[in-house]
Design a protein around this ligand. Structure first.
Ligand code: PLP
Length: 422
């Protein structure tokens, strides 16, 4: 029945004299009033601090995995903080380049990069291409005939490590669509094949075991497998991908970025791997930086069953509960420190019973239609995974910092919904 634990809020969250939530000096109820709902509110300095922590913790480079949340302002912020940026499609690459990110600081991923995506990446001069398949090597070879550029590549290898996370975000086991498997010899074959190609320069290896990973041992096992595998080839770069988990609900606790780095360093020392390791965190940099604000539209009390609280968004702005069964907390920003003594299910406005945001949520007993309701830790894989299902408009995103709020992604309009229709 407790109030929301403040650890789940962005770093610069405070309570004003009326008991309502402010982030970076901005009252969130005023933000909802000014910019409408649903609304993603990001604490900009929270992201900047996480970027600095990551850069300090790792000797190798840190690339932000942009699929967690990407827009022009975000790409610029990442650049200002000295991180590289990891993109996995032509679309993400386009946003990063448009934001002015120098191509040399872009890492191009993807398990099925098309020839045209590769051509844009190679011609732009991206810093690294992470090669995922033999077909991709063939495409790069063909491209090599028409371009002067000789991209530096890493090979994505699959270390056969269980990450102990949701099946849909497990990527390091042998049975996966990603990369070249170490255990079956595919990874060795890929190295040979790559070394035969003039079109690319093989500089290192990449492994990414999954996402929302809490067990540091899993990262350590990946280091052991990859370092042992890499040794005879004398490759100088190793990127260990992202995947560090974050706490979403009361009682969860995740390792810090510093603890993640320490665990990786320990594993490297153990196997005598002296090259600085690079990483690609996404979620750990942005998830806890944001909350989503919604307006409560209907409350349906079913005696002896449950109470449904319906808000003006849903699976179109946060599909994680539907995709992975992910849990979230919920609270009323007008009464941040009030006891949450009413059990509710928070649902969206889509035409599906599966459209839920918080399966077992708790809110203060006086919740009413018209209240602003919030879910914390929505900064990663919410806006980026959003959709226009039911022709619901994608929410606006605001960055708040030192008392100022700026819209970085405007709310969609009905005209936007028709822009591609002929
Ligand atoms: C998704 C992904 C990441 C980031 O994962 P997080 O869990 O958000 O840290 C990093 N690298 C690769 C290759 C990925 O696919």
């Amino acid at each position: 029945m407790s109030a929301l634990p403040h650890e789940l809020l962005p770093d610069n969250a405070t309570v004003d004299t009326n008991g309502s939530l402010c982030i970076a000096g901005c009252n969130v109820l005023a933000l909802a009033q000014e910019f409408g709902t649903p609304l993603f509110v990001y604490d900009e300095d929270h992201i900047r601090i996480r970027c600095r922590q990551a850069r300090e913790a790792f000797l190798g480079s840190v690339a932000y995995a942009s699929k967690a949340f990407l827009c022009l302002a975000m790409a610029k912020l990442i650049c200002e903080e000295g991180l590289d940026i990891d993109v996995a499609t032509g679309g993400e690459l386009h946003v990063a380049l448009t934001a002015g990110v120098p191509a040399a600081r872009i890492v191009m991923h993807g398990n099925n990069k098309s020839t045209s995506e590769l051509a844009v990446a190679v011609n732009a001069g991206v810093g690294r291409i992470v090669v995922d398949s033999f077909d991709e090597l063939n495409r790069l070879k063909a491209l090599g005939r028409s371009t002067e550029h000789r991209p530096k590549v890493l090979l994505r290898i699959t270390p056969g490590v269980e990450a102990h996370t949701h099946e849909y975000v497990t990527t390091g086991v042998d049975d996966t669509k990603f990369g070249f498997t170490v255990s079956s010899g595919l990874a060795d074959a890929a190295i040979q094949r790559t070394n035969e190609l003039d079109a690319v320069e093989l500089v290192g290896l990449h492994a990414h075991i999954g996402s929302q990973v809490f067990e540091l041992r899993s990262f350590q096992r990946a280091v052991e497998v990859v370092a042992r595998f890499a040794e005879p080839y004398g490759l100088s770069e190793l990127s260990l991908g992202g995947g560090l988990g974050v706490a979403y609900v009361e009682g969860e606790s995740a390792p810090s970025i510093g603890e993640w780095a320490d665990a990786i360093a320990v594993a490297c020392a153990k196997v005598g791997f002296n090259t600085p390791v690079s990483v690609e965190p996404g979620r750990a940099l942005v998830a806890a930086a944001a909350i989503t604000l919604y307006e409560v539209g209907t409350i349906k009390e079913l005696d002896g069953i449950r109470t449904y609280v319906a808000v003006d968004g849903g699976m179109s702005d946060n599909p994680r509960p539907v995709l992975y069964g992910s849990g979230y907390e919920t609270f009323l920003p007008r009464a941040l420190n009030s006891k949450r003594n009413k059990q509710v299910r928070v649902v969206g406005k889509h035409c599906e019973s599966g459209d839920l945001l918080v399966r077992e949520g708790r809110v203060p007993g006086d919740i009413a239609v018209g209240d602003i309701l919030a879910t914390p830790v929505t900064g990663a894989y919410g806006h980026s995974m959003g959709s226009n299902y039911n022709k619901v408009l994608r929410p606006a995103v605001v960055f708040v910092r030192q008392g100022d709020a700026r819209v970085v992604v405007r709310r969609e309009s009905y005209q936007d919904l028709l822009r591609n229709d002929l």
